[in-house]
Design a protein around this ligand. Structure first.
Ligand SMILES: [Zn+2]
Length: 363
């Protein structure tokens, strides 16, 4: 089918793509009424963000109506928080790709944990929510790493198709690699190369000609699926349309653990010690996916980590990097329906009182 193009484009390259593919541009830079009847592929760009390429990459993706998952390095996110925010603002999903890009499988469990949690914290500081997807550098993984990923509520994402951009592939070769992708496949690319950047208009054209679309990566399967309709700062998709937010004050939750106690400063709430102290309560869910926003603060300058457990399963972690209270959100959490026990567990251990919790809000 061939539809009418209704938006004026500044970029001639984009104009050509729109005319060739017959995409109907409704309004704005991202609103394409595209034909996705043959499914979704996951475009991924690793090792960013960086000041020399990321802005160009985001502009090219937006101009061509593509969304992608950006597997950021924690050190780059910490050095360029505004670029992480720009990724989210451009409609991209943000994942964790370690802090320093080591060979993870040669690290100890504690070192793996440091690589992952520092990156979660850096991205959460920039965007307000921590990633739910992790791609190990070089695609190297093992059972220890998988365990650390699970402790952080992360889904491991490797790839099915390698663009070879890191190995000198030409733009034509990168486009050809996308041309081999089938529904659900995930391709490896990088936020770094001119060849990769220049492939974007042809990638958009190739996918449209095959009635395929760029999708998000499922946190349950690690495969590409249809976007769920919104921005996904945490890398896991947004929530369902919110009903009414349910706020539960920490001081009204059931306290467990050796040192858990009430506090009145910096807010009325509870303090949890890092020895797996926790608060918990039972929540009834009528739908199976929700977002969880937790207001808290570290008790000192050290990072505090609080795991969100539902029915005994870790669904993600909140990281508090300082003593100023802040609200952080974990999106797209699968909760199941009916009564579920919600636990907030302090799991960082630096030998002092670690975290103050104010309230948890569920949307
Ligand atoms: Zn990498």
């Amino acid at each position: 089918m061939f539809k009418t193009k209704v938006k004026r484009w500044a970029a001639i390259g984009t104009l050509a793509v729109s005319l060739i593919t017959g995409s109907l541009v409704v309004s704005g830079d991202e609103a394409f009424a595209a034909d996705c009847s043959n499914g979704y592929v996951g475009l991924t760009y690793d090792d960013g963000p960086n000041p020399s390429n990321t802005t160009n990459l985001l502009n090219a993706l937006k101009q061509n109506g593509l969304r992608a998952t950006m597997f950021n390095l924690g050190q780059n996110a910490a050095n360029n928080p505004s670029l992480v925010q720009a990724q989210v603002a451009a409609g991209m999903w943000v994942g964790n790709h370690s802090y320093t890009h080591p060979h993870m499988t040669s690290l100890s469990s504690a070192q793996m944990s440091s690589e992952i949690t520092r990156t979660q914290q850096a991205i959460q500081s920039a965007t307000g929510s921590a990633p739910k997807l992790f791609r190990p550098p070089y695609g190297e993984t093992n059972a220890t790493l998988k365990s650390v990923e699970a402790q952080n509520g992360l889904t491991e994402v490797i790839w099915n198709v390698d663009s070879g951009d890191w190995n000198g592939a030409s733009t034509a070769q990168i486009v050809a690699a996308v041309g081999r992708m089938q529904n659900g496949d995930v391709i490896l690319m990088h936020d770094q190369y001119q060849t990769t950047l220049q492939a974007i208009p042809q990638i958009a054209q190739n996918l449209a000609s095959r009635k395929m679309c760029a999708g998000m990566i499922s946190t349950s399967t690690g495969r590409a699926v249809a976007p769920d309709g919104g921005s996904t700062g945490g890398g896991g998709g947004t929530t369902n349309p919110p009903s009414t937010a349910t706020r539960t004050e920490a001081e009204s939750m059931t306290k467990a653990g050796q040192y858990t106690g009430n506090i009145s400063s910096p807010f009325t709430g509870v303090a949890l010690y890092a020895n797996n102290d926790l608060v918990k309560f039972t929540q009834n869910f009528t739908t199976g996916t929700h977002s969880f926003s937790l207001r808290g603060a570290s008790s000192n300058s050290s990072m505090a980590r609080v795991d969100l457990k539902i029915g005994g399963v870790t669904k993600g972690s909140f990281y508090y990097g300082g003593s100023s209270p802040a609200v952080y959100t974990i999106n797209n959490v699968s909760t199941g329906t009916g009564n579920q026990e919600i636990q907030l567990v302090c799991t960082t251990d630096n030998g002092t009182w670690d975290v103050y919790l104010d309230y948890l809000e569920i949307n």
